[in-house]
Every structure is written in structure tokens, then in C-alpha cells.
Design a protein around this ligand. Structure first.
Ligand code: C2E
Ligand code: MG
Ligand code: MG
Ligand code: MG
Length: 294
């Protein structure tokens, strides 16, 4: 009889599903509008060198400055941006915005540090990624070594050859490469050595248990050891405590990122750090060579 009302068939089948789909379409439309109205902002989270505590770089993290909901974290919209394809124009904006910001900081007389940008799976596969990056670098006159692109292990899982080709294409324009959330995926060591990464970021799930969980300590030790043997620089992610930082330092990790050192912050706050905390003078070297970790 529900159909007899001449109403919504979906409602008869699964009301809660209907609602979810409707919410998804509404959010997708809002994301499109947000792109047009420039509602996205980047925050910057510093990375610190463990050798001397110096400012080693930053990671650009996108937020949606929503007119009524406030600052929306990426976890709430990146998945839908990815599945709808909106991540491609959004990701392109992030790349240009980081280049624009790098130039603005330099024009203000501030030193430059490498800024990391997260690539989504779809964006990583998209034709023209390297060209887009090159155009942005040229437009804002940013040295390619001042950008680091982060990918996750899952992005090289299915088609290794294509992924390696894409990574080499990016290396070819002079930007650096980082493997994010490392340890959570299925990378074998054989696979890892195929990847031309400059940096490995130890996933925060392993960092969290440092000092209390021997298995996680063993994993962190192995990642640092393997990474260094493959000439990669190692970053500990999600460092929240002194104990975690000291464990990583004692085990020759190169850099840390996390609330213990600093949270992600608006660009103007990061500029104050750039002005105050004299960054390492040798950031133009390949990242891992800039650190004397022995
Ligand atoms: P991620 O790339 O692994 O970034 C690190 C996340 O950990 C950030 O969350 C950061 O704010 C958070 N974090 C930093 N320090 C700590 C800490 O001490 N403890 C804990 N528990 N967390 C910490 P955020 O900003 O919410 O970003 C979440 C994820 O969204 C990122 O993970 C990244 O995968 C994605 N994302 C962010 N910006 C972009 C972007 O521009 N493009 C794409 N495709 N993805 C992005
Ligand atoms: Mg990241
Ligand atoms: Mg990460
Ligand atoms: Mg993560």
C-alpha cells in the first residue's frame, strides 16, 4: 500500500538508505559550490628535525571553512570528494595554493621550507598531474625541491608498474616523494625498494604505543632500519608525548610531526614560526641527506 500513495518507491524499500543517498547528493552539491566560492583553506603542520629541533618543513592539510558549520576536517569530505571525482579540481587547487603561499612567504622575506601535499588515489592516477605541478611551480617561481608529495601504500598496491612510472615522472620534475601512513598497508620490502621515495612516514598507530608495546617498537625499529638502508628519510607521525619523541630520537628517526611539537595551524601562524625558528640552512639538499642521524 505504500506504493499506492503515489509517493517514493525508495521510501518503501529502505527509508534510511534513501536518506543517506539524499544527504550524499546534498553534500556533493555543497562541495561543488564550496569550490566555486573558495571555501577551502590550508593549515600547515610543522615537521621538526630530531637532531636539533629545527623546523624541517610542513604538511599542508585542507579544511573546509563552511559558512555555517565552521571548520570541517578533511575526514568529513575527502572520501566523498574522492568518490565523486571532485578531488581532482580540489587537489589541483591545493597544489596551486601551496605554491602561491610559498611565494608569498618568500616575498615576505621568510626562509623557504619544503611543504608536503597529500595526493588522493584518483588524483595520483589522473593524467596531467605532473604537468599541473610544473605549471604551478613555474607560475609562482617555486623550486621543485620545495614540494613533497605524499602518497599512501594502498595507491601502489594494484598496479605497481603504473605507480612506479607515475612516481618517476614526478621525480623527473624535481619534487620529493613521501610514503604516508607507512606500515598499515601491504608493502613488501621488495615492493618498497621499487619505489623512488625520499621519505617514509611511520603511521601514528605504531607511534602511539612506543614505550608500552614491544611489538610496535619492533615495527618502528624495522621501518627506520629498512628506510635508512634504502636511503629514505624517516618521519614519526602523530607524536603526542615526550616519551614518544625521545624513543624516536634514540632510535635515529630523522623527524617528527605531531601535537607534541605543534598542531596544524593557519598560514599566518606558520609564518611566525618561519620568522622565529630559524629553519635548517641545508633544506635544499635531498631531505634525508640534510640530517646527520648517526
Ligand atoms: P595524514 O596525511 O596522515 O595527516 C596527518 C593527520 O594527523 C592530520 O589530520 C593531522 O592533523 C593529524 N595529526 C597531527 N598530529 C597529530 C597527533 O599528534 N595525534 C593525532 N592523533 N593526530 C595528529 P587531518 O588534518 O584531519 O587530516 C586527515 C587526513 O586527511 C590526512 O592524513 C590526509 O590523508 C587527508 N588530507 C588532508 N589534507 C588533504 C589534501 O589536501 N588532499 C588529500 N587528498 N587528502 C588530504
Ligand atoms: Mg599526509
Ligand atoms: Mg599520515
Ligand atoms: Mg593518516
Amino acid at each position: 500500500h505504500a506504493l499506492g500513495h503515489g509517493g517514493n518507491r525508495f521510501r518503501f524499500v529502505a527509508p534510511e538508505m534513501n536518506e543517506r543517498v539524499a544527504r550524499m547528493f546534498a553534500l556533493e552539491a555543497e562541495l561543488r559550490r564550496a569550490l566555486v566560492h573558495n571555501e577551502f583553506v590550508l593549515h600547515y603542520q610543522p615537521r621538526a628535525a630530531l637532531a636539533d629541533g629545527g623546523l624541517a618543513g610542513a604538511e599542508a592539510l585542507v579544511r573546509w571553512d563552511h559558512p555555517t558549520r565552521g571548520l570541517v576536517p578533511p575526514g568529513d569530505f575527502i572520501p566523498l570528494a574522492e568518490s565523486s571525482g571532485l578531488i581532482v579540481p580540489l587537489g589541483a587547487w591545493v597544489i596551486r595554493e601551496v605554491c602561491r603561499q610559498q611565494k608569498a612567504w618568500r616575498d615576505a622575506g621568510l626562509p623557504m621550507v619544503p611543504v608536503s601535499i597529500n595526493l588522493s588515489p584518483r588524483q595520483f592516477r589522473e593524467d596531467g598531474l605532473a604537468e599541473h605541478i610544473e605549471v604551478a611551480l613555474e607560475e609562482y617561481d617555486v623550486p621543485p625541491a620545495m614540494l613533497v608529495f605524499e602518497i599512501s601504500e594502498s595507491m601502489v598496491k594494484d598496479n605497481l608498474d603504473a605507480a612506479v612510472a607515475r612516481l618517476n615522472e614526478l621525480k623527473g620534475i624535481g619534487v620529493r616523494l613521501s610514503l604516508d601512513d607507512f606500515g598499515t598497508g601491504h608493502s613488501s620490502l621488495a615492493r618498497l625498494r621499487m619505489l623512488p621515495m625520499d621519505q617514509l612516514k611511520i603511521d601514528q598507530s605504531f607511534v602511539r604505543q612506543l614505550g608500552s608495546e614491544q611489538a610496535d617498537e619492533a615495527i618502528c625499529r624495522s621501518i627506520i632500519d629498512v628506510g635508512h638502508n634504502l636511503n629514505m628519510q624517516i618521519v614519526g607521525e602523530g607524536v603526542e608525548t615526550l616519551l614518544q619523541r625521545e624513543w624516536l630520537r634514540a632510535h635515529h628517526c630523522d623527524e617528527i610531526q605531531g601535537c607534541f611539537h605543534a598542531r596544524a595551524m593557519p598560514a599566518d601562524e606558520f609564518a611566525q614560526l618561519l620568522a622565529a625558528d630559524r629553519p635548517r640552512s641545508n633544506t635544499m639538499l635531498p631531505l634525508w641527506k640534510a640530517i646527520n642521524y648517526k
